[in-house]
Ligand binder design. Structure first.
Ligand code: BGC
Length: 355
């Protein structure tokens, strides 16, 4: 009897401690758009994990429209949010509304994308964005054995980068470009279009249609005889999956198949792109487990509201201040490891990836 009582008491104590540890507070989560797969996942993960920790969540998507995101943030402030988590559309365009948050004493966490040109940002959670580009570039180096002196190429390459208003897009591009620059310099890699600077290869709003149209033009201007024994296109270095999808669609429409499609890089392991990897239409992607990013951000929110200083791993310079940052690790993904990375880990079901 005594033993039973002790167990009951211990249980009650545990429950009350857990109860006390359940956080309270309202968190505003601003996401850029539902039109790109990853932000739906990020939004869902953040909401589920914040609610599981005891918070009330105001989750909004802004349809890739800056004015909409500004007004959503204004509403969150008015409605009593105690912390704001912001994945921006244009990282430099939110200064005024973030200043309002700062004046109201509301801490701001930049989520995945850095908030720039403002002092009203307290923390940043993201992946190592430069590393994402390095993983893509290194994949090309390894795939074509470029560091081997006996390999001279030349191999042709075209670049497709992300949205200029997204700080990440610059980091992805620089990571890949810096890794490949020695081989562009030595002539082992050749870019026939000559389109090598970020502004020229950027894709506003990361739109697949835009990267597809640009690749249509490049193919007809520089590689029109590629499928009839002329100059082949060997590599399409794309910064993420939405731009890779446009490039792939362009190539497939031009008559390329899994047997002769260039090596295409990506990032995010979107469903459509993972299916393309399985079909041999995209060579690799970079997996950024959004569950981990959400978990890290929820820990940060809990710490802030509990008056603790959150753990950070580095700082990012946003043009005005050094923002304390927690960086998660991006992982290489291709057809050889998608099963364990994406399916066994529960990120996707096998059905989601079936054609
Ligand atoms: C994210 C990428 C994503 C891109 C387009 C970037 O800020 O880091 O994961 O592919 O936005 O949504």
């Amino acid at each position: 009897m005594k033993k039973v009582l002790a167990v009951v008491l211990a249980l009650a104590l545990t429950l009350s401690v857990v109860g006390m540890a359940m956080a309270e507070g309202k968190v505003g989560v601003a996401m850029p758009t539902q039109s790109l797969q990853r932000w739906n996942q990020d939004g869902e993960n953040m909401k589920a994990q914040l609610e599981a920790a005891g918070f009330t969540v105001d989750l909004q998507f802004a349809n890739n429209d800056v004015a909409t995101q500004v007004s959503q943030l204004e509403n969150m402030i008015t409605n009593g949010a105690q912390v704001l988590v912001v994945a921006s559309i244009d990282g430099s365009a939110l200064g005024t509304v973030l200043a309002t948050a700062k004046d109201a004493g509301i801490p701001v966490i930049a989520y995945d994308r850095l908030l720039t040109a403002t002092e009203a940002v307290d923390y940043y959670t993201t992946f190592n964005n430069y590393k994402v580009g390095q993983i893509q570039g290194q994949y090309v180096v390894d795939k074509f054995d470029l560091s081997n002196a006996a390999v001279t190429g030349p191999f042709t390459i075209e670049f497709t980068a992300g949205s200029p208003d997204d700080n990440n897009a610059h980091l992805f591009f620089n990571g890949a470009k810096d890794t490949l620059q020695p081989y562009l310099d030595s002539g082992k890699l050749v870019c026939l279009s000559g389109q090598l600077d970020f502004e020229t290869v950027a894709t506003p709003a990361w739109k697949s249609e835009t990267s597809q149209a640009r690749m249509d033009n490049i193919l007809s201007a520089y590689y029109s005889d590629a499928l009839t024994g002329g100059t082949t296109l060997d590599i399409c270095l794309c910064s993420n999956d939405s731009t890779a999808l446009g490039v792939t669609n362009s190539l497939v429409a031009a008559g390329y198949t899994a047997a002769n499609i260039p090596v295409i890089t990506g990032q995010d392991c979107d469903v459509a792109n993972t299916k393309n990897m399985i079909k041999g239409l995209q060579a690799m992607s970079v997996f950024k487990d959004t569950r981990i990013l959400a978990a890290q951000t929820v820990t940060m929110v809990s710490d802030i509201l509990a008056g603790k200083i959150p753990e950070t791993t580095s700082t990012y310079d946003n043009g005005l201040i050094q923002v304390p940052t927690f960086e998660c690790t991006p992982l290489f993904a291709d057809v050889s490891n998608y099963q364990s990375l994406l399916i066994d880990s529960g990120y996707y079901t096998a059905d989601q990836l079936a054609d």
